[in-house]
Design a protein around this ligand. Structure first.
Ligand code: IPM
Ligand code: MG
Length: 366
């Protein structure tokens, strides 16, 4: 299988080198037969080719079985023309590859309970999955833009839009994830669909469609609905009431950052973005963190855990995925912490940089 790595900008390059070292290691150890190639995306691609997603990158991504992505963006490109900003490269690759299903897991490593700003009893044992629609909604809806009105005032606008087929295909992924997780845990399958149906017609349709699917095909799944504002509140108040949450592009963006923080740091959160055939792009949920880029301060674990997700979902090699996840848990047991997951009140921890953290994981895989 062919794997394309797109390190991107900021801390993307630092965390990707650690992730690639880990991938090479398991590739040899388990004889996975993976071949690796790389390409440019985001700001570095703008510098080189004038666009955030060059045709060559897109062609390589189409040809690959899976893509590993670091992060894009940085101060340097914040002021360039909107249509070619680094983030547009990320949105375009998601859209061009049809990666409509974004799976974001917020799982608490027990070793990190003290690093979360939430009380340990609220988050102990937390393991929830956010299924975010990734190629539609307000992120892609037309019309969009900023225009100058006749009186000289400006008008900015976007369009939030979903069709029933778009809702159904993400709904199917979410219901099936709820079933799969229930089978693994022995608990009842639970799905919470998040909308703002009290205000937005588009999400009224979302709620209706998900409700109909539940009644028609997924009677074994306990389905609930929640307004997005309440969901934000409930995630802080009692996150363990949730197992799988499904929502549109923008609410999913917001809720997944919030869920990430429950686990101590977004620096621990991997994600998978899948198309209809299970081809995927795997990336950490966090961004390029330009404030700490190039200082060896980034947490490479979300990127490394994204490799594990890739091995599980695309390569379909559970053993190597588990080996990586175990190695990550082992280095946490050893007390190694990057700055974002360091609980200063806990004794016996050592603050390490990105490279040392990556190397420690690698050593556990020997
Ligand atoms: C994410 C990020 C992206 C998004 C940005 C960088 C475009 O926040 O993956 O969550 O909003 O989808
Ligand atoms: Mg985000």
């Amino acid at each position: 299988m062919k794997i394309l790595t797109l390190a991107g900008d900021g801390i993307g390059t630092e965390i990707m080198s650690q992730a690639v070292a880990v991938l090479n290691k398991v590739n040899d150890k388990f004889e996975l037969g993976l071949t690796l190639d790389d390409a440019l995306i985001g700001g570095c691609a703008i510098d080189e080719h004038g666009v955030p997603l060059p045709d060559e990158t897109l062609a390589k991504a189409r040809d690959a079985d899976a893509v590993l992505l670091g992060a894009v963006g940085g101060y340097k490109w914040d002021t360039i023309e909107r249509s070619i900003r680094p983030e547009r490269g990320l949105l375009k690759i998601r859209s061009e590859l049809g990666l409509f299903a974004n799976l974001r897991v917020a799982k608490l490593y027990p070793q990190l309970a003290g690093a979360s700003s939430i009380k340990p009893e609220i988050i102990n044992g937390l393991d929830l999955l956010i299924v975010r629609e990734l190629t539609g909604g307000i992120y892609f809806g037309e019309p969009r833009g900023i225009e100058t009105l006749d009186n000289g005032d400006k008008h900015g606008y976007n369009t939030m839009t979903y069709t029933t087929p778009e809702i159904k295909r993400i709904g199917k992924v979410a219901f099936e994830m709820a079933q799969t997780r229930a089978k693994a845990s022995g608990k009842k399958a639970k799905l919470c669909s998040v909308d703002k149906a009290n205000v937005l017609e588009v999400t009224e349709l979302w709620k209706q469609t998900i409700t109909e699917m539940g009644e028609a095909d997924y009677r074994d799944v306990e389905l609930s609905h929640m307004y997005a504002d309440n969901a934000c509140m409930q995630l802080i108040k009692d996150p363990k009431q949730f197992d799988v949450m499904v929502t549109g592009n923008m609410f999913g963006d917001i809720l997944s950052d919030e869920a990430g923080m429950l686990t101590g740091s977004i620096g621990m959160l991997p994600s998978a973005s899948l198309d209809e055939n299970g081809k995927g792009m795997y990336e950490p949920c966090h961004g390029s963190a330009p404030d700490i880029a190039g200082q060896d301060k980034a947490n490479p674990l979300a990127m490394i855990l994204s490799v594990a997700m890739m091995l599980r979902y695309t390569v379909k090699h559970e053993e190597s995925a588990v080996a990586i996840e175990q190695a990550v848990s082992d280095v946490l047991d050893d007390g190694l912490r990057t700055g974002d997951i360091l609980d200063k009140s806990e004794e016996g921890l050592s603050l390490v940089g990105c490279q040392a953290m990556g190397e420690a994981v690698l050593a556990k895989l020997a």
